[in-house]
Every structure is written in C-alpha cells, then in structure tokens.
Design a protein around this ligand. Structure first.
Ligand code: ADP
Ligand code: MG
Ligand code: ZN
Length: 621
C-alpha cells in the first residue's frame, strides 16, 4: 500500500492535482480506519508497558513471554502467567525505558495465530502505517536539505545481539593472535567481578588496526557474540554531518543507550573519520569533527568502574589518529589484524565455501597459494562470484574453472569481450603485453608470469599477470627495480617495435603506477641513491573538508627527490629496453600466440620464453 504513495511526482500543475486527490484519499482512509479501530475493544489488561518494565526492573516479575505485541507476565512467586501487557512490536524491549534487570527470564514465542488477533493487529497497525506513509510522502516532496534536519542528534547506531545469527570466533578464520587478545575482552564482559576483585582496571577501549577487508568488523561482532552481550555499531563517517554539534549529540545518545544496556559493546567503525589528529598545523581544525572527537573522549573518561561498557573501534589508518584517543584509559589496547597468509587464506576460503557445493577435486589450497595479498573480503568475494558464475551456467556444483574465473574477475575486473579492437590495436596490445611478460620473466627478482591476455578487462586493453611465488612481507630494492622495469616493459616493447614516437596511451596507467612506486621508494622507504636511508615526512591533514598535504622538507630536497625518481625510471626503462632487444624473437613468438589465442597461461608462456637471455646492460651489478 505504501509503495504506491512513494511514487513521487515532479511538481507541475497537473501532477499536483493528482497529488492533492491522493492526499484526500489517504486522509479518508485514515479517518475510516480510525473509526473502525474504535469499535474493536481492546482485550488486554490495563497494565501499561512502562509500569510492567518498572516492576520488572524492581524485581517483582520473574518471567516475561513475548508473543507478537503482547507480553505475558509471570509475577514473582507465581507458577503461571497471570497478567498481560501490550507493547509496540517494533520497539526494542531493551531500548530506553525498557528492561534492564537481567534476572528476568525473557522468552520470545511466535504470536498466536488466531485470526482475530491478526485482524486486531492489522487494524491497530494500519493508522501507523498510513501516518508513516504520509510522512514519507511529505518528506519526499519537501525539497532541499530541510528534511535532513529531521531526527538529527539521534544516534543511528544499530543494535545487534538479539539477532538469530550471532557471529562467533569460529566464523572468523585465521587471526589467531588477535583472537587471543580479544578472548580477554570477552572475559572482561562476562566475568567483570573476577577482575574487579583483584583491583584490576578493566580497559575501556580496544582499537582494531588493519587493512580494509581483513575482518575487523566481523571480529568485533564475534566478540559480542562470544560474550553474548548487545552490540551497538556506528560508523565514524556517520558522525560527520553537516550541522555542527550533531556528531557530539549523537555520541552522547549512543553512550547513554549503551550504559542502559551494560554489559555491552560499542563499536565505532572507521574511527579515523572522526578521530583524525586535531589541528595538524593547517587551516585550524574541522569544528564538527573536533567536537565529536572531544565528546567521545569525554564519554570514555566518564565511564565509571564497573559500568562494563567496552568500546571497540576499527581503523586502517592508525597513523592519522589523534594521540589523545590512544592515551591510557581510552583506546590503550591495540589488536593488530593483518592480511592473511597462505594458511589463513585457506581457512578463510574454507569458511566461505563451506555451504557451497564444490565439484570433486577442486583444490582450494592452490587458490590460497595464488591469492597472496588478498584480504578476507576479497576471498569472500571470490567465493561468492564463483557461486554466481556456476549458477548462471545452470550448474549445481562449482568447478575449478568457475573459481579461476571468479578470482580473475575480482582481481582485475570482468572481461569485456564486447569491446572490439581493430587488428592494428590488437597487434599493439599483444606486443605491449608480451613486453611486460618478457621483461618480468627475464629479470631475476621479478615475480612469475601467471597469465597473459589481450582480452580487455576492467579498464585495460590487456593484462599480464604476475604472481609472487610466496607470501612476502618485505621487498628489496632489487625487487622493486625489477618491478619498475616490468611495468615499463609494455611501453618499451611498443617503442622497440614501432619506433619512439609511435608509442600509445595504452601505457598510461603503467607509467602512473611506476611513478608512484619510484616516489614511494625514495620518499618513504629510503631507497634513493643519494637519499639512501632517509625518509621524508609529508603531513596530511584536512583543510576546509579537503585533504591536503604539506611536505616537511626543503625545496632543495624536493628537487633531489624528483631527480632520484627520474633516475629510477630512466634506469628501469634502460633495463627493459635491453631485455626486449635481446629477446626480440621470444617477444614476437608470444605476440603471435596472443593474437591467435588471446589468452596464454603460465606453462605455455614459460615454453614460449625458453632461451631468453639476460643481457649484461640489464643487470644491476
Ligand atoms: P573490515 O571491517 O576489516 O574492513 P569486514 O569485517 O567488513 O572487514 O570484512 C568483510 C567481509 O570479509 C566479512 O564480512 C567476511 O565475509 C569476510 N572476511 C574478512 N576476513 C575474514 C576472516 N578472517 N574470516 C572469514 N571471513 C572474513
Ligand atoms: Mg569494516
Ligand atoms: Zn601495460
């Protein structure tokens, strides 16, 4: 019914007429229903919901049975329910003014299906639905920002915990150290007395730090699930609204709700959105953010001992957080959650393929091996995509091919077979990709070629895919230099084959990535030639809602950095050129097979590239 009403129309005179007619109809229905509902005598006792809650919180009630909109009440020292009350079924029993006494047993039962109750329910709900419908209708037609003013200051934190599907630690694969650390938090929530008895101070804030998609949010929910406590979740970016003061009042509201539901967990996702370093020297602060952050600090300091609300927060940018957040008594515990290694990747894949039927012989371990650098979210995505691919092909089991296709789709975007290239462009692309492959293959510290294709994918004309032979945490200068040369291999192949002024824009993103890597080497890793072992700080900050950066070094140093970057790129291009010139035959062979087959897999690439040589000019010593 309210679907119809939602169809908003552009205000022009004729439409407006319809709108008014619609409005009149809605009001008529509303009045009709209102009168109708008066004829329906309420069968429930006169006990108000609030009175019942107060009695329950005073301990005068032993058991509540929730059946739809009625709650049957068993007073203390009685065997059976003798009273009833009514509540709004959409309201939270544990919400504000609700039940706080944890000794009261609460059972949830399906509403009795007698048709009389259902009609009564429907008739009682109808006015509410209509009013909400009218409100939505009015709000939708109200233009501009005015409508955002509704309900500001209320935190939009979602309450989890009473949900059926609680997350447990076993649903989070890998991350064993993090689990051990968080096990402790679970104990704090479950048995606070044990710790208070020996005078231990229970930590108030725990910060989960790790790259995106590694399961921080999932882990926080698992903590709540293990401790079996309510879980309030809000994202840092939700605090940052247009009105100054809204964020702070949301924080207050959120913490008040939480205190009423203690023991419980508040989870602030992406806390860096509000918790950025204040006034980092540029353009003053962002007032709104600063007030919100202050309020969080005030609330955390205001927790009394024994209140037992633990604030979990997640971030992938610990370096930008305000130091005040990290002080003792606030987020003084840090739990690192990293990208999964091969063993953990396999475990994550197993979790996500658990309910998906696999064809016999599908080897998840080999997928785990080649997904180095993928996050848990990427792996979950691969599992899901492969199921979609299988289902679209009307298969009931997922095959190894589906998984490979899903992996490639997730890693570099879907194939765009419909994008046609003319023969000349196709040849150029084949040379370009073969160039990457040859340089990558020949240079000793590069990764292994996994696949070369000239089928357009994502935003690129073709892809040459390298896979690191194993998980690596550290990279050497030589490795990076080989990667730089490999990145330029495509452009240089074009240059060697077609001539220096006939190279194309096809290499645009390669050059961009190479420039970024070279700069990172010099600025952040101390890998320049003159500027070896020095790093250069660039302070990032917010100015008038824009991310700006301010470098902390002199103009002379900036010049040297630019020169260093340039010389890294020049050297890489020189090495790539030497490799390609020395292995022109293999380049041509690979190009020909690419033109014929469009995609060449690892083993065949290796075969085609036998006999390649590493010319002296391409070596680094
Ligand atoms: P983050 O908050 O760190 O960005 P999320 O918790 O939102 O990451 O993770 C996104 C999804 O990725 C999860 O819902 C889950 O499906 C999957 N995932 C990530 N890490 C794991 C893991 N360790 N085990 C199982 N699933 C994971
Ligand atoms: Mg998250
Ligand atoms: Zn390229």
């Amino acid at each position: 019914m309210d679907k119809k009403k939602q169809s908003t129309k552009k205000p022009n005179s004729k439409k407006r007429l319809y709108k008014n007619i619609g409005f009149a109809i809605i009001i008529t229905i509303f009045i009709g229903v209102f009168l109708l509902s008066f004829r329906q005598p309420a069968k429930l006792s006169e006990q108000s919901f609030n009175d019942v809650m107060n009695r329950a919180n005073r301990g005068e009630i032993s058991k509540l049975v929730v059946k739809g909109d009625t709650i049957e009440i068993t007073p203390k020292d009685q065997e059976k329910a003798t009273e009833k009350t009514r509540r709004d079924p959409t309201a939270n029993l544990y919400g504000p003014g609700g039940l706080t006494n944890r000794d009261v047993t609460v059972d949830f039962k399906a509403a009795s299906s007698s048709s009389a109750t259902i009609t009564a329910l429907a008739i009682n709900l109808l006015p509410v639905i209509i009013i909400v419908g009218v409100l939505i209708f009015l709000l939708r037609s109200a233009q501009g920002q005015g409508n955002q003013a509704m309900g500001f200051g209320k935190s939009s934190a979602r309450l989890y915990g009473n949900e059926k599907e609680t997350v447990k630690f076993k649903d989070v694969a890998g991350n064993d150290e993090a689990k051990v650390d968080l096990e402790e938090v679970v104990e704090f929530l479950k048995y606070p007395k044990k710790f208070l008895a020996v005078g231990a101070r229970i930590p108030k804030g725990v910060l989960l730090v790790g790259p995106p998609g590694t399961g921080k949010t999932l882990m926080a929910r698992a903590v709540a699930g293990e401790a079996n406590v309510p879980f309030f979740s809000i994202s840092g970016s939700e605090f940052v609204e247009m009105f100054v003061g809204v964020g702070a009042s949301r924080v207050r509201d959120l913490f008040n709700k939480a205190k009423k539901n203690a023991p419980c967990i508040i989870f602030v996702d992406e806390i860096d959105a509000v918790g950025r370093r204040r006034g980092s020297g540029m353009g003053g602060g962002h007032d709104e953010r600063e007030q919100t952050l202050n309020q969080i600090l005030v609330e955390m300091d205001g927790f009394e001992q024994g209140q037992n609300v633990i604030v979990l927060a997640a971030t992938n940018r610990m370096d930008v957080l305000d130091p005040a957040l990290l002080r003792p008594g606030r987020f003084d515990r840090r739990v690192g959650i990293g990208l999964p290694d091969r063993k953990d990747r396999l475990a994550i894949l197993k979790v996500h393929f658990e309910k998906k039927p696999l064809e016999k012989g599908v080897d998840l371990d080999s997928l785990a091996a080649k997904t180095a650098g993928s996050s848990g979210a990427d792996l979950a995505n691969i599992a899901n995509e492969s199921a979609i691919i299988a289902a679209r092909a009307n298969r009931t089991k997922i095959t190894a091919n589906d998984i490979t296709e899903a992996f490639e789709k997730v890693a570099i975007g879907p194939e765009r077979k419909s994008k046609v290239m003319n023969d000349k462009e196709k040849e150029l692309t084949a040379y370009h990709e073969a160039g990457h492959a040859v340089v990558g293959h020949v240079l000793p510290d590069s990764d292994m070629v996994h696949k070369v294709t000239i089928i357009p994918r994502g935003g690129t004309g073709g892809v040459t895919w390298f896979i690191p032979p194993e998980d690596k945490s550290y990279h050497s200068i030589i490795e990076f230099k080989d990667v730089l040369a490999r990145m330029l291999g495509g452009r240089i192949a074009e240059e060697v084959v077609y001539g220096i002024d006939r190279v194309t824009t096809g290499a645009g993103s390669d050059l961009q990535k190479a420039a970024e890597l070279a700069r990172d080497m010099v600025v952040n890793q101390g890998m320049g030639k003159q500027l070896r072992d020095q790093v250069f700080h660039v302070e990032g900050g917010m100015m008038l809602d824009r991310l700006v950066s301010e470098r902390q070094y002199s103009d002379e140093t900036a010049k040297v950095i630019d020169d260093e970057v340039e010389s890294l790129i020049t050297e890489a291009a020189r090495r790539a050129r030497a490799v390609i010139v020395a292995n022109k035959k293999q380049l041509d062979d690979l190009k020909n097979v690419l033109l014929e087959k469009e995609t060449v897999e690892a083993e065949q690439v290796l075969e085609l590239l036998t006999g390649t040589v590493l010319p002296k000019e391409a070596t680094l010593y």
